[in-house]
Design a protein around this ligand. Structure first.
Ligand SMILES: NC(=O)C1=CN([C@@H]2O[C@H](COP(=O)(O)OP(=O)(O)OC[C@H]3O[C@@H](n4cnc5c(N)ncnc54)[C@H](O)[C@@H]3O)[C@@H](O)[C@H]2O)C=CC1
Ligand SMILES: O=CCc1c[nH]c2ccccc12
Length: 322
């Protein structure tokens, strides 16, 4: 059994109720390949290098592709998929709507599907809640308008799911308040909230924080920026424990960082344009070892000594340590 297969066979051990997601998607879910950073240059012309990077990832067995209309690379992913000739049922394709002003989900989805060259996506996300206004505004009318806007948009997402063009629907960058608003009127709860998650941004507190709330509601956490502590936020307090654990398992600190997400039942969305790095992560890399509970907690504890957010900084006004 290959490392990928062994890893996939363990999905049912995850603490999140992933059975809500479509069955065919389970085997790709705990590991995703981000696509946000691939494209260089003009957004409107096809970029061969993005196609090549995506093909390299597909060659290495990364069948979970994380896209978004705002990344401007759905067309390249579509071309890569057509060249790779992998059965559609083996792929897990996520894309996200930016919820551009005045534009329906139906229209945004039609455009994304056309670019991706597929008639459905496995997961469709609202990329962020910020366009809806400030749900934590001290002005109750502003807060209520934001909640209403999210509820209306979510109803459009539900219609997309009903149409069969989307298998599962979810959100991204949502705080507890945004999820609460959506759940008040939802027919289908979001299956996923894709959030920045790493030791320096854990969304935990004594009451459980956002992650605890999501777990209670059965919403899977997908981590973007899982390597932040070894990349953008380095050096920092987790370096020593990452190194120690990496030495123990004969892996790299980056692999420990990814494993730290997976061993908490959090899907890791990572990215690299380097095929050797992608290969290393899965053979045996991230899939060849597991952290003990103590190691997960040691990293978490060290991580709490520093706070770092790499994305959407101007949008999160609250203290996101909670
Ligand atoms: N929903 C959202 O708002 C967001 C979603 N995303 C998604 O998540 C994906 C991953 O996000 P990232 O922050 O890029 O993830 P990440 O934390 O995994 O970082 C990946 C970056 O680290 C570099 N890297 C990889 N291994 C390294 C190593 N051993 N040493 C040094 N550098 C290394 C890679 O070249 C790449 O640029 C994106 O491509 C996108 O699909 C990203 C940001 C926001
Ligand atoms: O999703 C990640 C953050 C983000 C928001 N807008 C853009 C545009 C291009 C790359 C990344 C992002």
């Amino acid at each position: 059994m290959s490392h990928l297969e062994r890893h996939r066979s363990k999905f049912h051990l995850f603490p999140y109720p992933i059975q809500r997601l479509t069955l065919s998607s389970l085997d790709q879910l705990s590991y995703g390949l981000g696509t946000a950073r691939f494209k260089r240059g003009n957004k409107d012309t096809l970029d061969e290098s993005t196609i090549e990077y995506t093909l390299a990832a597909l060659r290495q067995g990364y069948y979970h592709l994380d896209c978004a209309e705002v990344y401007g690379n759905e067309a390249e992913v579509g071309v890569a998929l057509s060249r790779a000739d992998i059965p559609r049922s083996k792929l897990y394709i996520t894309t996200k709507s930016s919820c551009n002003k005045g534009e329906s989900i139906d229209l945004a989805l039609t455009r994304s599907l056309s670019k991706l060259g597929t008639d459905y996506v496995d997961l469709y996300l609202i990329h962020s809640p910020f366009w809806a206004g400030d749900i934590n505004s001290p002005d109750p009318e502003v807060a209520a308008a934001a909640a209403r806007a999210l509820q209306e948009k979510w109803a459009e997402m539900e219609a997309a799911k009903d149409s069969g063009r989307v298998k599962s629907i979810g959100v991204s960058n949502f705080l507890k308040e945004h999820i609460e608003a959506v759940l008040k009127t939802a027919r289908y709860p979001p299956v996923v909230n894709q959030i920045e998650f790493h030791p320096y941004l854990q969304h935990h507190d004594a009451e459980g924080g956002l992650l605890g709330y999501m777990k209670e509601k059965g919403i899977v956490a997908e981590a973007y920026g899982p390597l932040t502590a070894v990349t953008k936020a380095a050096p920092g307090p987790v370096d020593e424990v990452y190194e120690k654990v990496a030495r123990k398992y004969g892996v790299t600190p980056a692999e420990v960082a990814l494993r730290w997400c997976l061993d908490q039942g959090v899907v890791a969305i990572t990215t690299s344009s380097k095929e050797e790095r992608l290969r290393g992560w899965v053979r045996p890399g991230v899939l060849g070892f597991e952290l003990t509970k103590e190691e997960v907690e040691d990293i978490a504890q060290k991580g709490r000594e520093k706070h770092f957010r790499g994305f959407w900084n101007n949008k999160f006004k609250e203290d996101d340590r909670r």
